[in-house]
Structure formats: structure tokens, C-alpha cells
Design a protein. Sequence first.
Length: 167
Amino acid sequence: MDDLTYPEHGATAGTLPEGYHHLERQARLGSGQGVFERAAAALMSWQVHQAAGLKVVADGDARPGLRVVSRLAPGITAPCRVVYVIDEPGRRGFAYGTLPGHPESGEESFLVTVGEDGEVLFAIRAFTRPATLLARATGPVGRVAQRLVAGRYVRGMRRLVSSPAHT
């Protein structure tokens, strides 16, 4: 993973590193093993990203080392590499890190969990900083855009989990 554009590989699994903008978002999706399984399947197959309005190009489901490219807007792509995958009872997700050509530098993780009480949660964590002149020029607008996209992930996930096609 020498091609990642930041040195703190895997840091979304622990303490987010200093010197970056941090984003942490958590949302309740419902309850029960069925909701968890639908959410996990949608997450790992890039459906959540697509439901958030991103065009995603990836050779299969999320797995360590996989290169994935999202189109953020016409002419703006975001190449990433999956850094780690979590596949444990009650916890499923992944993190990807930025590659050269991405407007930001950093890492973002997506995790679905089901608690002992059956509550299903979806969490997004990220640390990023501008990597291009255009990203630096947008300043706070870039951080607002990141929060908006996180909201779109949550809304997309909720639609996918409640969709009859996923029951």
C-alpha cells in the first residue's frame, strides 16, 4: 500500500491522527439480524456509495488492496484503495485510503454493527486534508461537502435497508 497519499494507514480503526479534519457520524438503522445483514451486504458491495449518488468503479466487493474510483462530479474522480476489512460477528465494514489523483489525502471507514440489544448502527469515520490546489482553495466548503456526502451515505443506507428488494 505504498501508493496511499498519507502515512497513517489504518488509523480510522483507532485514534484519528492530528493535522487532519476529522469526521465522525453514526446513525441508527433499525434492529435485528436481518437489518444488519442487509446493511452489511449493501455496504460491502458499494450499493451505499451508489445510493449516495456516486458512480463507483470497483472490481468486486470491498476487500483489502482493492482499488476503487468514485466520480464525485463531472471531471472529478476520487481513487482509493481498501486498507482493511472488518468481517466479525456483529461487525462488518471497511476503510479506504486516498491514492494519487484524489482531491483529498486521508482515510474513511464505514462500519455496520449490531449490538446485543439488536440495535443496528452505521458509523462513518474519516480524517482528511486537501491534497490539490483546488481542494485547498475551497477551504471550509470542502469540509461542508464531506459532511453532506456523509449524510447522503446515511440516507442511502437507510433506503437500502428498508427497501423491499433487500428484505
